[in-house]
Write a protein that binds this ligand. Structure first.
Ligand SMILES: [Zn+2]
Ligand SMILES: [Zn+2]
Length: 387
Protein backbone atom coordinates (compact mmCIF):
# COMPACT_ATOMS: atom_id res chain seq x y z
CA UNK A 1 0.00 0.00 0.00
CA UNK A 2 1.31 3.47 -0.82
CA UNK A 3 1.89 5.84 2.04
CA UNK A 4 -0.11 8.92 1.05
CA UNK A 5 1.68 11.11 3.60
CA UNK A 6 5.24 10.36 2.48
CA UNK A 7 6.77 13.32 0.71
CA UNK A 8 4.43 16.00 2.09
CA UNK A 9 7.13 17.43 4.36
CA UNK A 10 9.32 18.56 1.45
CA UNK A 11 6.39 20.54 -0.06
CA UNK A 12 5.87 22.69 3.02
CA UNK A 13 8.62 25.35 2.77
CA UNK A 14 7.54 26.71 -0.66
CA UNK A 15 3.88 26.57 0.43
CA UNK A 16 4.64 28.62 3.54
CA UNK A 17 6.42 31.17 1.34
CA UNK A 18 3.42 31.23 -1.01
CA UNK A 19 0.98 31.58 1.92
CA UNK A 20 2.93 34.51 3.34
CA UNK A 21 3.05 36.23 -0.05
CA UNK A 22 -0.75 35.92 -0.32
CA UNK A 23 -0.98 37.18 3.26
CA UNK A 24 1.07 40.27 2.41
CA UNK A 25 -1.16 40.95 -0.63
CA UNK A 26 -4.73 40.38 0.62
CA UNK A 27 -7.73 41.04 -1.63
CA UNK A 28 -11.41 41.46 -0.75
CA UNK A 29 -14.23 39.28 -2.11
CA UNK A 30 -14.58 39.22 -5.93
CA UNK A 31 -11.37 41.29 -6.19
CA UNK A 32 -8.97 38.35 -5.70
CA UNK A 33 -7.30 38.98 -9.10
CA UNK A 34 -3.67 38.67 -8.03
CA UNK A 35 -4.46 35.71 -5.75
CA UNK A 36 -6.45 33.85 -8.42
CA UNK A 37 -3.75 34.44 -11.05
CA UNK A 38 -1.07 33.10 -8.70
CA UNK A 39 -3.18 30.01 -7.94
CA UNK A 40 -3.88 29.36 -11.64
CA UNK A 41 -0.18 29.66 -12.41
CA UNK A 42 0.71 27.16 -9.67
CA UNK A 43 -1.98 24.70 -10.81
CA UNK A 44 -0.76 24.88 -14.43
CA UNK A 45 2.82 24.33 -13.28
CA UNK A 46 1.68 21.11 -11.57
CA UNK A 47 0.07 20.01 -14.85
CA UNK A 48 -3.62 20.42 -14.03
CA UNK A 49 -6.30 21.62 -16.45
CA UNK A 50 -7.20 25.08 -15.18
CA UNK A 51 -10.21 27.36 -15.70
CA UNK A 52 -10.38 30.87 -14.28
CA UNK A 53 -13.09 33.51 -14.00
CA UNK A 54 -15.78 31.16 -12.65
CA UNK A 55 -18.35 33.11 -10.63
CA UNK A 56 -16.15 36.19 -10.83
CA UNK A 57 -12.60 35.35 -9.74
CA UNK A 58 -13.07 31.61 -9.01
CA UNK A 59 -10.49 29.09 -10.25
CA UNK A 60 -10.82 25.33 -10.74
CA UNK A 61 -7.94 22.93 -11.36
CA UNK A 62 -8.81 19.42 -12.59
CA UNK A 63 -6.63 16.39 -11.85
CA UNK A 64 -7.55 13.09 -13.53
CA UNK A 65 -6.05 9.67 -12.96
CA UNK A 66 -6.97 6.28 -14.39
CA UNK A 67 -10.34 5.50 -15.95
CA UNK A 68 -12.48 5.89 -12.82
CA UNK A 69 -15.81 7.68 -13.21
CA UNK A 70 -15.87 8.92 -9.61
CA UNK A 71 -15.23 12.61 -8.88
CA UNK A 72 -14.59 14.80 -5.88
CA UNK A 73 -14.56 18.56 -5.25
CA UNK A 74 -12.10 20.00 -2.73
CA UNK A 75 -12.67 23.66 -1.94
CA UNK A 76 -10.64 26.55 -0.50
CA UNK A 77 -11.71 30.19 -0.11
CA UNK A 78 -9.43 33.04 -1.27
CA UNK A 79 -10.75 36.34 0.11
CA UNK A 80 -9.51 38.60 2.91
CA UNK A 81 -11.41 40.84 5.32
CA UNK A 82 -11.83 44.63 5.68
CA UNK A 83 -9.82 44.67 8.93
CA UNK A 84 -6.62 46.55 9.74
CA UNK A 85 -3.95 43.96 10.61
CA UNK A 86 -2.12 44.47 13.90
CA UNK A 87 0.19 41.44 14.07
CA UNK A 88 3.54 43.17 13.49
CA UNK A 89 4.60 40.21 11.31
CA UNK A 90 7.25 40.79 8.66
CA UNK A 91 4.81 39.42 6.06
CA UNK A 92 1.88 41.52 7.37
CA UNK A 93 -0.63 43.02 4.93
CA UNK A 94 0.80 45.72 2.69
CA UNK A 95 -2.72 47.00 2.00
CA UNK A 96 -3.99 49.11 4.91
CA UNK A 97 -7.44 48.02 6.05
CA UNK A 98 -7.40 44.64 4.29
CA UNK A 99 -6.20 41.51 6.07
CA UNK A 100 -6.27 37.71 5.89
CA UNK A 101 -7.89 37.57 9.30
CA UNK A 102 -9.73 34.31 8.66
CA UNK A 103 -6.82 32.21 7.36
CA UNK A 104 -8.06 31.85 3.78
CA UNK A 105 -4.42 32.40 2.75
CA UNK A 106 -3.66 29.18 4.65
CA UNK A 107 -6.59 27.35 3.03
CA UNK A 108 -5.26 28.31 -0.41
CA UNK A 109 -1.74 27.07 0.43
CA UNK A 110 -3.12 23.82 1.88
CA UNK A 111 -5.29 23.02 -1.13
CA UNK A 112 -2.49 23.88 -3.56
CA UNK A 113 -0.27 21.54 -1.56
CA UNK A 114 -2.88 18.79 -1.82
CA UNK A 115 -3.05 19.29 -5.61
CA UNK A 116 0.73 19.20 -5.87
CA UNK A 117 0.97 16.07 -3.70
CA UNK A 118 -1.85 14.14 -5.40
CA UNK A 119 -0.56 15.08 -8.86
CA UNK A 120 2.71 13.42 -7.92
CA UNK A 121 1.55 10.36 -5.93
CA UNK A 122 -1.58 9.55 -7.96
CA UNK A 123 -2.83 6.79 -5.67
CA UNK A 124 -6.41 7.39 -6.76
CA UNK A 125 -8.62 6.55 -9.72
CA UNK A 126 -11.01 9.26 -10.94
CA UNK A 127 -11.23 13.04 -11.05
CA UNK A 128 -10.45 15.62 -8.38
CA UNK A 129 -11.61 19.21 -8.85
CA UNK A 130 -9.65 21.73 -6.79
CA UNK A 131 -12.07 24.62 -6.30
CA UNK A 132 -10.73 28.04 -5.26
CA UNK A 133 -13.72 30.23 -4.53
CA UNK A 134 -13.99 33.99 -4.19
CA UNK A 135 -15.86 36.04 -1.62
CA UNK A 136 -16.65 33.69 1.26
CA UNK A 137 -16.90 36.58 3.75
CA UNK A 138 -20.56 37.48 3.38
CA UNK A 139 -20.73 37.93 -0.39
CA UNK A 140 -21.66 34.38 -1.42
CA UNK A 141 -18.83 33.51 -3.82
CA UNK A 142 -19.72 29.80 -3.62
CA UNK A 143 -23.25 30.62 -4.73
CA UNK A 144 -21.90 32.69 -7.64
CA UNK A 145 -19.66 29.80 -8.80
CA UNK A 146 -22.61 27.38 -8.69
CA UNK A 147 -24.77 29.87 -10.67
CA UNK A 148 -21.91 29.99 -13.19
CA UNK A 149 -22.26 26.23 -13.73
CA UNK A 150 -19.55 24.98 -11.36
CA UNK A 151 -20.99 21.50 -10.90
CA UNK A 152 -22.18 21.16 -14.52
CA UNK A 153 -18.75 22.03 -15.86
CA UNK A 154 -16.86 20.15 -13.13
CA UNK A 155 -19.06 17.27 -11.94
CA UNK A 156 -18.41 16.32 -8.31
CA UNK A 157 -20.01 13.30 -6.60
CA UNK A 158 -19.05 14.75 -3.23
CA UNK A 159 -17.50 17.99 -1.95
CA UNK A 160 -15.23 18.63 1.02
CA UNK A 161 -13.69 21.69 2.67
CA UNK A 162 -11.79 22.54 5.82
CA UNK A 163 -11.51 25.67 7.93
CA UNK A 164 -8.69 26.34 10.37
CA UNK A 165 -10.03 26.48 13.94
CA UNK A 166 -8.05 28.47 16.55
CA UNK A 167 -10.22 27.12 19.41
CA UNK A 168 -8.89 23.59 18.78
CA UNK A 169 -5.26 22.66 19.36
CA UNK A 170 -3.06 22.19 16.29
CA UNK A 171 -3.12 18.57 15.16
CA UNK A 172 -6.75 17.98 16.10
CA UNK A 173 -9.88 17.97 13.95
CA UNK A 174 -13.64 18.02 14.43
CA UNK A 175 -16.61 17.56 12.15
CA UNK A 176 -20.17 16.37 12.72
CA UNK A 177 -23.08 14.89 10.79
CA UNK A 178 -25.91 17.36 10.08
CA UNK A 179 -25.61 21.08 10.94
CA UNK A 180 -22.06 22.31 11.59
CA UNK A 181 -22.39 26.06 10.92
CA UNK A 182 -25.45 28.29 11.24
CA UNK A 183 -27.66 30.01 8.70
CA UNK A 184 -27.05 33.76 8.77
CA UNK A 185 -29.88 36.25 8.26
CA UNK A 186 -29.67 40.03 8.41
CA UNK A 187 -32.54 42.34 9.30
CA UNK A 188 -32.83 46.10 8.91
CA UNK A 189 -35.77 48.01 10.34
CA UNK A 190 -36.76 51.60 9.73
CA UNK A 191 -39.11 53.17 12.30
CA UNK A 192 -40.67 56.37 10.96
CA UNK A 193 -42.53 58.90 13.14
CA UNK A 194 -43.04 62.47 12.05
CA UNK A 195 -40.47 64.25 14.16
CA UNK A 196 -41.15 67.26 16.31
CA UNK A 197 -40.50 69.21 19.48
CA UNK A 198 -39.43 67.07 22.41
CA UNK A 199 -41.63 69.14 24.71
CA UNK A 200 -44.72 68.26 22.68
CA UNK A 201 -44.57 64.42 22.51
CA UNK A 202 -48.36 64.17 22.26
CA UNK A 203 -48.15 65.76 18.80
CA UNK A 204 -45.87 63.19 17.12
CA UNK A 205 -45.53 59.39 17.11
CA UNK A 206 -42.31 58.70 19.02
CA UNK A 207 -39.91 56.64 16.86
CA UNK A 208 -37.41 56.31 19.74
CA UNK A 209 -39.91 54.72 22.09
CA UNK A 210 -41.21 52.45 19.30
CA UNK A 211 -37.66 51.36 18.40
CA UNK A 212 -36.89 50.68 22.07
CA UNK A 213 -40.03 48.57 22.40
CA UNK A 214 -39.05 46.73 19.23
CA UNK A 215 -35.52 45.97 20.48
CA UNK A 216 -36.92 44.47 23.70
CA UNK A 217 -39.65 42.48 21.97
CA UNK A 218 -37.26 41.08 19.33
CA UNK A 219 -34.99 39.85 22.10
CA UNK A 220 -37.87 37.76 23.43
CA UNK A 221 -38.53 35.87 20.18
CA UNK A 222 -35.97 33.13 20.84
CA UNK A 223 -36.95 32.62 24.49
CA UNK A 224 -40.73 32.80 23.94
CA UNK A 225 -41.42 31.52 20.41
CA UNK A 226 -38.75 28.83 19.83
CA UNK A 227 -39.04 25.46 21.59
CA UNK A 228 -36.34 25.02 24.24
CA UNK A 229 -35.10 21.92 22.39
CA UNK A 230 -34.32 23.99 19.28
CA UNK A 231 -31.65 26.63 19.17
CA UNK A 232 -31.29 30.06 17.62
CA UNK A 233 -29.68 33.44 18.21
CA UNK A 234 -31.21 36.84 17.51
CA UNK A 235 -29.06 39.89 18.23
CA UNK A 236 -30.06 43.51 17.71
CA UNK A 237 -26.71 45.06 16.86
CA UNK A 238 -27.49 48.61 15.73
CA UNK A 239 -29.94 51.26 16.85
CA UNK A 240 -29.52 54.80 15.60
CA UNK A 241 -31.63 57.94 15.51
CA UNK A 242 -31.81 61.52 16.66
CA UNK A 243 -29.43 64.46 16.61
CA UNK A 244 -30.46 66.89 19.36
CA UNK A 245 -31.58 66.62 22.98
CA UNK A 246 -34.77 68.57 22.37
CA UNK A 247 -35.95 67.09 19.07
CA UNK A 248 -37.95 63.90 18.56
CA UNK A 249 -36.39 62.34 15.46
CA UNK A 250 -38.48 61.39 12.44
CA UNK A 251 -36.61 58.12 11.96
CA UNK A 252 -34.79 55.45 13.94
CA UNK A 253 -32.95 52.54 12.33
CA UNK A 254 -32.33 49.13 13.85
CA UNK A 255 -30.37 46.20 12.47
CA UNK A 256 -29.28 42.80 13.62
CA UNK A 257 -28.62 39.18 12.82
CA UNK A 258 -30.38 35.85 13.25
CA UNK A 259 -28.55 32.49 13.39
CA UNK A 260 -30.38 29.17 13.06
CA UNK A 261 -29.81 25.56 11.98
CA UNK A 262 -33.34 24.59 10.95
CA UNK A 263 -35.33 26.37 8.19
CA UNK A 264 -38.56 25.82 10.17
CA UNK A 265 -37.08 27.76 13.11
CA UNK A 266 -35.86 30.43 10.67
CA UNK A 267 -39.45 30.76 9.34
CA UNK A 268 -40.87 31.18 12.87
CA UNK A 269 -38.33 33.90 13.71
CA UNK A 270 -38.86 35.90 10.53
CA UNK A 271 -42.65 35.71 10.89
CA UNK A 272 -42.47 36.73 14.58
CA UNK A 273 -40.16 39.64 13.77
CA UNK A 274 -42.58 40.90 11.12
CA UNK A 275 -45.62 40.45 13.43
CA UNK A 276 -43.92 42.32 16.28
CA UNK A 277 -42.93 45.15 13.93
CA UNK A 278 -46.52 45.43 12.69
CA UNK A 279 -47.85 45.32 16.27
CA UNK A 280 -45.47 47.99 17.57
CA UNK A 281 -46.26 50.19 14.57
CA UNK A 282 -49.97 49.91 15.29
CA UNK A 283 -49.55 50.59 19.00
CA UNK A 284 -47.16 53.52 18.55
CA UNK A 285 -48.64 55.17 15.48
CA UNK A 286 -45.30 54.91 13.69
CA UNK A 287 -44.63 53.30 10.35
CA UNK A 288 -42.22 50.35 10.50
CA UNK A 289 -40.54 48.89 7.39
CA UNK A 290 -38.70 45.59 7.68
CA UNK A 291 -36.09 44.20 5.33
CA UNK A 292 -35.13 40.58 6.13
CA UNK A 293 -32.37 38.91 4.14
CA UNK A 294 -31.43 35.21 4.47
CA UNK A 295 -27.94 35.46 3.01
CA UNK A 296 -26.27 32.17 4.02
CA UNK A 297 -28.12 28.91 4.66
CA UNK A 298 -27.00 26.53 7.41
CA UNK A 299 -23.96 24.38 6.56
CA UNK A 300 -25.32 20.83 6.71
CA UNK A 301 -22.93 17.89 6.46
CA UNK A 302 -24.16 14.72 4.82
CA UNK A 303 -23.99 12.00 7.53
CA UNK A 304 -22.07 9.50 5.39
CA UNK A 305 -19.63 12.15 4.12
CA UNK A 306 -19.07 13.40 7.69
CA UNK A 307 -18.10 9.83 8.60
CA UNK A 308 -15.62 9.79 5.67
CA UNK A 309 -14.24 13.18 6.74
CA UNK A 310 -13.80 11.91 10.30
CA UNK A 311 -12.18 8.62 9.24
CA UNK A 312 -9.70 10.49 7.03
CA UNK A 313 -8.97 12.95 9.87
CA UNK A 314 -8.49 10.09 12.34
CA UNK A 315 -5.87 8.64 9.99
CA UNK A 316 -3.82 11.85 9.83
CA UNK A 317 -4.54 13.81 13.05
CA UNK A 318 -3.62 12.93 16.60
CA UNK A 319 -7.10 13.79 17.83
CA UNK A 320 -10.18 13.53 15.60
CA UNK A 321 -13.80 13.27 16.75
CA UNK A 322 -17.35 14.36 16.04
CA UNK A 323 -18.07 17.75 17.66
CA UNK A 324 -21.04 17.72 20.06
CA UNK A 325 -22.32 21.13 18.90
CA UNK A 326 -22.37 23.20 15.72
CA UNK A 327 -20.94 26.74 15.59
CA UNK A 328 -23.13 29.85 15.35
CA UNK A 329 -20.87 31.44 12.76
CA UNK A 330 -21.71 30.82 9.10
CA UNK A 331 -19.99 29.68 5.93
CA UNK A 332 -20.94 29.86 2.27
CA UNK A 333 -19.69 26.30 1.62
CA UNK A 334 -23.33 25.77 2.74
CA UNK A 335 -24.38 26.47 -0.88
CA UNK A 336 -22.09 23.73 -2.20
CA UNK A 337 -23.50 21.31 0.39
CA UNK A 338 -27.01 22.17 -0.79
CA UNK A 339 -25.96 21.19 -4.32
CA UNK A 340 -23.84 18.11 -3.53
CA UNK A 341 -23.37 15.77 -0.57
CA UNK A 342 -20.21 16.48 1.34
CA UNK A 343 -18.71 17.57 4.62
CA UNK A 344 -16.88 20.45 6.28
CA UNK A 345 -14.07 19.95 8.78
CA UNK A 346 -12.59 22.16 11.51
CA UNK A 347 -8.83 21.72 11.52
CA UNK A 348 -7.31 22.73 14.85
CA UNK A 349 -4.59 25.35 14.60
CA UNK A 350 -4.39 26.67 18.17
CA UNK A 351 -0.95 27.45 19.61
CA UNK A 352 -0.30 28.16 23.28
CA UNK A 353 0.19 31.89 23.73
CA UNK A 354 -1.19 32.77 20.28
CA UNK A 355 -4.91 32.43 20.84
CA UNK A 356 -6.21 35.27 18.64
CA UNK A 357 -9.60 34.18 17.27
CA UNK A 358 -10.71 34.37 13.65
CA UNK A 359 -11.41 37.95 12.45
CA UNK A 360 -9.20 39.44 15.19
CA UNK A 361 -6.47 41.99 14.19
CA UNK A 362 -3.84 39.76 15.90
CA UNK A 363 -4.91 36.53 14.16
CA UNK A 364 -2.51 34.61 11.91
CA UNK A 365 -2.83 31.25 10.18
CA UNK A 366 -0.63 28.56 11.74
CA UNK A 367 1.65 27.22 8.98
CA UNK A 368 2.32 24.09 11.04
CA UNK A 369 -1.07 22.65 10.05
CA UNK A 370 -0.60 22.92 6.27
CA UNK A 371 0.86 19.40 6.18
CA UNK A 372 -2.05 17.98 8.21
CA UNK A 373 -4.54 19.59 5.83
CA UNK A 374 -2.74 18.18 2.78
CA UNK A 375 -2.71 14.73 4.38
CA UNK A 376 -6.46 14.97 5.10
CA UNK A 377 -7.36 15.84 1.49
CA UNK A 378 -5.01 13.10 0.25
CA UNK A 379 -6.50 10.53 2.60
CA UNK A 380 -10.02 11.45 1.44
CA UNK A 381 -9.03 11.12 -2.23
CA UNK A 382 -7.36 7.75 -1.69
CA UNK A 383 -10.29 6.38 0.33
CA UNK A 384 -13.13 7.68 -1.85
CA UNK A 385 -11.48 7.14 -5.27
CA UNK A 386 -9.52 3.95 -4.59
CA UNK A 387 -6.85 3.11 -7.17
ZN1 LIG B 1 -14.21 34.53 8.22
ZN1 LIG C 1 -13.09 31.88 6.96
Amino acid sequence: MPDGKAGIEELIAPLVAFRRDIHAHPELGFAEHRTAAAIAEQLRAIGLEVESGIGGTGVVGVLRNGDGKGSLGFRADMDALPIHEDTGLDYASRTPGIFHGCGHDGHVATLLGAARHLARTRHFNGTINFIFQPAEEGLGGAHKMIEDGLFDRFPCDQVYALHNWPDLPAGSARTRPGPIMAAADKFEILVSGRGGHAALPHQTPDAIVAASELALQLNMIVSRRIPPTSSAVLSVTQIAGGHAHNVLPAEVRLAGTVRTFDPAVQDVIEAALRDIAAGVALASGTRIDVSYNRYYPATINDAECAAHALAAAAAVCGDAAFAPDPAYTSEDFAFMLQARPGAYLWLGQGRPGKEAPLHHPHYDFNDEVIGTGIAWFTELAERLLPA
